[in-house]
Each structure stands twice: as C-alpha cells, then as structure tokens.
Design a protein around this ligand. Structure first.
Ligand SMILES: [Zn+2]
Length: 311
C-alpha cells in the first residue's frame, strides 16, 4: 500500500494522438504503478471537477465563459497549443479538482499527489503552452478560501518557467514561487516569480542539484509555507524534445528527493503535480514521473516531520 493518496481519473487523458504533449502519460503512470505492484487500486482517489467558483478565484470571468461556451478565438486556441474540445475543458476542470483534492489530502496526511496537473503556463485571462487552467493556483486559492492554509510555496522544476503561476501570485506575500528553468527556452518573455533561477543550456545533474539546494535553502530561509506544491516537470531530462538541460533519470530522482527532504525537515505537507515531459521515448517520461512518486514515498516513510495524520 502506498503511504499517501494518488489522485487520478482516466479522463485526464485527452487522447491527443500524435500531439507532442503526451496526455496518455497520466494513464501510463497509473498503469505502471499498478503493474509493478508499487501501488494498489485503493491507493487512488478519483477527483471531482473543480467548481466554477474555484476556477474564478484565479481566472477571469471572460476567459472562463469562452472556455465553457466554446467561443475562444482561433488565436486564443493556437496560443493554448492543444485542440479545443468540450472534453479538454472537462479534463482541465477535473485536473484542477484533482489538485484541490490532493491539497486537502496533503494537509491531512502530510503527502499527496495529483497524477496530473501542474499546468503552470495558464494565466488569469488565457491559456498557453498546453496549459488551460492553472490547477495549482486554483488549489492554493481554494485552500486559502477554506482557511486550511494561509501561506503556500510553489517549487517548480519543470524545464520551462512557471510564468502563469508567477503572474497569478505576483505581489502576493502569502504565496512564494520558486522556479528553476532553462533560460533559453519558452516562455518569452518570462514573468517574475519570487525567485527565478535561469539555467544555462545543457546543465547536468551535479550543477543542477547544487543550485537547487542553494535556492531551496534561501526560499525556506525567507518564507515559512504551510503547504508546498511541487511542479515536478519531467522535461529537464537530457532526452527531452522540448528541453535543453541534460539531467539524467537518476539526477531527476535526486532532484525530487532534495525537494522532499527540505519539505520533510521543515514539516511542510507536500502536493505533487506532474507538469511537462516530452522525452523521445514516452516510457522515460513515465519512469521519471513514477520515480517522483517513489521518492515521495521514501520521504514519507522516513517518518515524516511532515504533519502526522490526526487520528
Ligand atoms: Zn515544461
């Protein structure tokens, strides 16, 4: 049995076919966890779609209306870079509900994962870069609204900057955003996170891990979060089609362990979301994401300083 809940719904898969965004990865991760007997069916929780009022705490009324009514312009759809459909909208509301549920479970159990989400390019009034609804921001706003937390930290290690998240929380002293990303990569221009770390092309494991440690240290020095949302992109991988960093699968797993160790030692509940991953071989993307779950499992079993379950 897994030591925390994995939030998943088969409708996360958008069936995009040959699209560079492999939305089948959500299902493949779920299936791998079961097939390798790493998790059992009971470890998974099905989310409910987020309510519109949850979405509207982050996104503009105009944008939400256009999404729901199918009245986005062609330019707005092109900017999303995923084909518009009612199923897409359903999947995005569901992913946001998944991050809310994972946030609630993390507060109770110390740890939780959304086997989806991490759509960090989604901005208040538009979608871009395969991201339609910023599920992490929606979850943080909902947890704040329910008075379950006041302060949250987002640690984003996707190879692309979390510009949507940065824009949403810019100037908000209660949400600390740390983004480590390749400087010479989408998006251009970049937004301003609380801490942005622009990495040079082809950076490898050792340099990356040292920089990650240094900035996590700084972040936890400056800010005391009550929950940490980890945007665990698989695309800093050296075989990624859209990334230009050179981390190995092993290095990415150590990256995860470093983040989880910081959270654990500070007693901060952790929510994992997946974000990007475009390896030439999709099985590598699946392995990287599964490894993230296993690194969290190992950290959780260490006996977490993360908030113990109240019984
Ligand atoms: Zn990415």
């Amino acid at each position: 049995m897994f030591p925390f809940k994995l939030v998943y719904d088969e409708r996360y898969d958008l069936n995009l076919g040959a699209h560079v965004f492999p939305s089948q990865k959500f299902r493949l991760i779920h299936d791998r966890l079961l097939a390798d007997k790493l998790a059992e069916a009971d470890d998974f929780l099905a989310p409910k779609p987020a309510m519109d009022e949850d979405i509207l705490r982050v996104h503009s009324q105009d944008y939400v209306y256009k999404l729901k009514s199918g009245s986005l312009s062609q330019a707005e759809i092109l900017r999303m870079e995923v084909p518009y459909s009612k199923k897409l909208v359903q999947a995005c509301w569901l992913a946001a509900g998944g991050s809310i549920l994972a946030g609630e479970r993390a507060i109770e159990d110390g740890w939780a994962a959304n086997v989806g989400g991490g759509f960090h390019h989604a901005c208040p009034d538009h979608g871009e870069g395969f991201c339609v609804i910023n599920d992490v921001a929606v979850a943080i706003r909902r947890l704040q609204f329910d008075r379950k937390i006041e302060r949250a930290m987002v640690v984003d290690t996707d190879v692309h900057q979390g510009n949507g998240t940065a824009e949403i929380f810019g100037g908000d002293g209660d949400v600390f955003t740390l983004s480590l990303h390749q400087e010479n990569n989408y998006p251009f221009p970049k937004a301003h996170s609380t801490i942005d770390v622009d990495l040079p092309d082809r950076m490898g494991d050792a340099d990356y891990l040292a920089i990650l440690e240094k900035h996590l240290h700084k972040a936890f020095d400056e800010f005391s979060p009550q929950i940490l949302f980890y945007v665990a992109g698989a695309d800093p991988y050296r075989e990624d089609q859209l990334g230009g960093l050179s981390l190995t699968i092993e290095g990415l797993s150590r990256r995860d362990a470093v983040v989880f160790d910081y959270a654990r030692r500070h007693g901060v509940p952790v929510v994992i979301t997946l974000a990007g991953g475009y390896a030439r071989n999709i099985e590598d993307t699946v392995s990287i994401h599964v490894n993230t779950m296993l690194a969290a499992r190992d950290a959780a079993l260490l006996g977490a300083k993360s908030k113990p379950k109240s019984k």
